[in-house]
Ligand binder design. Structure first.
Ligand code: UT7
Length: 333
């Protein structure tokens, strides 16, 4: 990573939103052939939140999370320059970010969606960092939001027990380069394994009678859980180590490990590979399941609201998922 930083960047506020409807593992066992015991021991999940209200979409959750982040530092929404919505479950394929821009009153912001599944929030932060560090923008709202309940096959016990709906948001502001808090990042993609986790567009068998073109629709989430698990446990520690190496930091310097909340076993296995103490792991997936792009900002907002993080703490954030994509950011809080 070459650096020519005109200004530094720091996260100045967080916010999050979850749907009110809770679905426990016991309730899941009335939908598919599963049990609380199986789900909890294999994943660490106890319950998840689902956006069940008619007409509600990712935009509503994302807007709520964004408004909380805006309120937390009382920033005038008109001073936001850019909104990045990391989501893989937009309610408009042309993008949902512009609706959020309108709903939060960020009249001067340009807004776009970013699709990178569970790595979306990490890639969103890195994208925002580029715009700030090169001096283009001063105030950026990054949102990670997903409602995968709308894309799950509710008869597939291998996937439907994992996911929940949520949104999390942060505001990143420019600052003096000496106070820059995004110390390092490392991003990867390996499209060779894209089929391990996807929501694929399926064409109909019969083409249009005159134009001879095929139309179709998006189907459900399909996942090779075992391969995604192996990928996460092998690649995430490597990504974290190379990100720390770039800034001459070691695992001992890390105060908090905030991984994409996919599976408690993945969190523990990554921590074990890194020899990082388990009390440094931020985990809230027992309450929310895997909320995709929302999982990292949701967990971050929770620990910030609980005042668990102190000034100057080093937080390692790592996302991983479909694509396959994965990435790490080292933050000084
Ligand atoms: O956001 C990133 C995306 N995703 C992930 O990070 C997921 C990564 N993968 C995982 O977390 C795990 O692979 C899962 C939790 C999805 C599955 O755990 P596993 O230990 O890999 O289980 P498995 O798929 O190998 O299934 C073991 C057994 C199978 O039965 P047989 O063939 O051994 O008889 C499955 O049919 O468990 C069965 N099974 C279930 N049983 C009860 C699969 N899902 C369920 C279920 N309840 N929900």
């Amino acid at each position: 990573m070459k650096s020519c930083m005109v200004q530094g960047a720091k996260i100045v506020s967080t916010g999050s939103a979850i749907p009110s409807v809770k679905v426990s593992n016991e309730q899941m066992s009335s939908i598919v052939d599963t049990s609380d015991e199986w789900i909890f021991t294999r994943t660490g999940i106890k319950e998840r939140r689902l956006l069940t209200a008619y007409g509600q979409s990712v935009t509503d959750l994302a807007t709520k999370a964004a408004l909380k982040a805006i309120k937390n530092i009382s920033i005038d929404p008109s001073s936001i320059d850019l909104i990045i919505l990391a989501t893989s479950s937009p309610n408009d394929l042309f993008g949902s970010a512009s609706k959020i821009q309108y709903q939060v009153g960020a009249v001067n912001a340009v807004a776009f969606d970013l699709t990178a599944a569970c790595s979306g929030f990490v890639i969103g932060i890195v994208t925002a960092f580029q715009f700030i560090s090169n001096g283009t923008y001063d105030n950026i709202l990054v949102i990670g939001a997903d409602v995968l309940s709308k894309w799950v096959d509710w008869s597939d016990r291998g996937t439907c027990i994992l996911f929940g709906d949520a949104a999390g948001a942060v505001i990143i502001q420019s600052c003096n380069p000496n106070f820059n808090s995004i110390l390092s990042f490392h991003l990867n993609t390996d499209g060779n394994y894209a089929d391990y986790l996807s929501i694929a567009y399926k064409e109909q068998l019969n083409p249009h009678p005159i134009l001879n073109l095929y139309q179709g629709s998006f189907k459900h989430i399909s996942m090779n859980g075992k391969e995604v698990y192996k990928f996460a446990v092998s690649q995430v520690p490597l990504s974290i180590i190379s990100c720390l190496n770039k800034i001459d930091m070691s695992i001992e310097d890390v105060d908090w490990l905030l991984l994409h909340q996919a599976n408690e076993r993945i969190l523990m296995a990554v921590a074990e590979k890194l020899s990082i103490s388990t009390h440094k792991i931020i985990s809230n997936l027992s309450k929310y399941g895997n909320t995709s792009a929302a999982s990292i900002p949701l967990a971050l907002d929770e620990v910030v609201q609980l005042n668990k993080i102190s000034r100057n703490d080093i937080i390692v954030i790592a996302g991983f998922g479909a694509g396959l994509t994965w990435g790490t950011i080292v933050l000084r809080w």
